[in-house]
Design a protein around this ligand. Structure first.
Ligand code: MSP
Length: 492
């Protein structure tokens, strides 16, 4: 069996409900997963929840619930949100699932048996929100550099992982493999940080109960990141016969704040277990509120993706995020810009084109596709190669731009040809060109706005959307189509 294209997202902490930042990552990765399916590949797309550790334990306590009950309740919110946004997950890993817990223990034991884990004592500053230790040097005004909060002084017995053993090997690997970390600036960031000697990593906690017990010492629980990173193996059927059909992962999609864990700690863990490294990491930026204000629970300015879906529909929320913010960079959310993308591009360009074309076909040809060919000049406006190149390199904002450019060209074509003034073969040619172009657009746009494209597909009587059919003159003459309902209603 051919290996599946395996794409993963980070697994979220279920301490609060999912916000627009979490949604940005899932939608970007979903767009890529759908793109590969569109190209006819088998895909494994994984998401999940990072349910153990001190942070979850603390929030559960504050909510007055046992940790397991708390994460079960939170998991429902995440699954509801991803379903509402049409995230096409194949595997949703919750780290409190027994299968995953057993896998993490297996992994830990492998490293332990190789004598790469030893017992010692740790004394240092721990940020519960980051779930990591910081050195004095890394702190900013004695606070966590990410959350700006004071860190806990921890002094306890812990097991250490000799991560430093793999520093040289990893450095060489990252220097040689340009594709391993994308965008390139992130690869450089890691290479420069790897110039400093790696310290052994504390991989257990004696004072945290809500976690996976160590296989060699049940008085410690596993460091939550060791457990969380292993989720990528669980999703790939680790320990089962078909593991090789999924692993190595083709791309881990992660936010810039967790790059170190994925680019350094994870590869060292895999080296230690003789498991091949993932093929690549793609590091996305952050969604901030307009004016670059960070979205955070403490500022009370979290944007709930479900509320936006209710108002604009899931396709508009997806399209907005993918079109507005270059995936590898930070970008801004404002309702104004979401409304503009919805009204000006989805409703005025694509929606309007579909509505006009189907109406004219109904009026002039009883909704029957005439026998003709797509206008050559119009067909040239569709830059399939450019579109594919942009999709393959996570430049979703530009790929969507290419598709929208073509929709604009189609609307211009209607205005210039004025089919209402034409008759016979000339009018047939315009109608055929439009319907065929709509078919091509519905293929290209399907990773962005899957719900809408599926309506168009079904209206056109096409069985399945396939990338190899995103070229012209494939629409069958004689097919009777059914005009779809208005695709995007304008929001004032
Ligand atoms: N649990 C860890 C990840 C473990 S992966 C083995 C974690 N969880 S998180 O809930 O804090 O973040 C999950 C993902 O959401 C991360 O990739 C993070 O970068 C991303 N985002 C969180 N806030 C974000 C924005 N405001 N914008 C874009 N993505 C952001 O880290």
């Amino acid at each position: 069996m051919a290996k599946a294209f395996y794409i993963s997202t980070a697994i979220d902490y279920p301490t609060a409900k999912p916000h627009l930042g979490h949604a940005f990552e899932k939608i970007g990765a979903d767009c890529m997963a759908r793109w590969h399916r569109l190209k006819g590949e088998k895909v494994l797309f994984s998401n999940g929840l990072d349910e153990h550790g001190q942070k979850n334990e603390k929030v559960a306590r504050e909510a007055g619930l046992p940790p397991k009950e708390f994460v079960d309740q939170q998991a429902a919110y995440f699954q509801q949100a991803w379903a509402a946004l049409d995230i096409s997950t194949d595997s949703f890993i919750r780290t409190s699932d027994p299968e995953h817990m057993a896998n993490s223990q297996k992994l830990f034991k492998k490293v332990f048996d190789k004598k790469l884990i030893y017992k010692g004592n740790y004394s240092g500053k721990y940020c519960v929100d980051c779930e990591r230790f910081y050195t004095e040097k890394e702190l900013v005004q004695r606070n966590c550099p990410v959350h700006g909060k004071s860190c806990q002084q921890l002094e306890e017995e812990t097991y250490f992982f000799k991560m430093g053993n793999f520093q040289k090997k990893l450095q060489e690997y990252i220097s040689k493999n340009k594709e391993f970390i994308r965008p390139e600036t992130r690869r450089q960031e890691i290479l420069s940080r790897l110039k400093i000697p790696l310290k052994d990593l504390s991989v257990s906690r004696a004072s945290v109960q809500w976690g996976i017990p160590l296989p060699n010492d049940s008085s410690h629980t596993m460091y939550v990141w060791f457990d969380a990173l292993a989720n990528y193996l669980t999703a790939a059927h680790f320990g089962k016969k078909d593991f090789k059909n999924f692993w190595p992962c083709d791309v881990h999609v992660v936010g810039k704040d967790i790059l170190w864990f994925h680019a350094v700690i994870w590869p060292c863990m895999l080296y230690a277990c003789d498991i091949p490294l993932p093929k690549s990491l793609y590091v996305h930026g952050f969604v901030n509120l307009k004016g670059s204000e960070k979205m955070s629970k403490s500022l009370g300015n979290i944007v709930d993706p479900l509320e936006l879906v209710q108002k604009y529909g899931s396709d508009s929320v997806r399209y907005f995020l993918l079109r507005e913010i270059p995936f590898g960079e930070d970008g801004e959310y404002s309702e104004e810009s979401l409304k503009n993308r919805h009204n000006l591009e989805l409703a005025n360009e694509f929606g309007n084109l579909v509505n006009r074309a189907f109406s004219m076909l109904e009026k002039y040809n009883n909704s029957k596709i005439p026998s003709s060919k797509t206008d050559k000049k119009l067909a040239k406006e569709w830059k399939a190669k450019e579109f594919a190149k942009k999709m393959d390199s996570f430049q979703f904002h530009m790929a969507a731009g290419e598709a929208m450019q073509f929709a604009k060209a189609c609307n211009k074509f209607v205005n210039e040809k004025e089919p209402w003034k034409l008759k016979g073969k000339e009018r047939d040619a315009v109608l055929y060109s439009l319907m065929d172009s709509i078919r091509v657009l519905s293929i290209a746009l399907s990773p962005f706005i899957p719900r809408t494209c599926d309506k168009v597909r079904s209206a056109l009587g096409v069985k399945e959307l396939k990338w190899k059919e995103a070229r012209f003159n494939l629409l069958k003459a004689g097919t009777v189509v059914r005009k779809p309902e208005i695709l995007f209603n304008k929001v004032e």
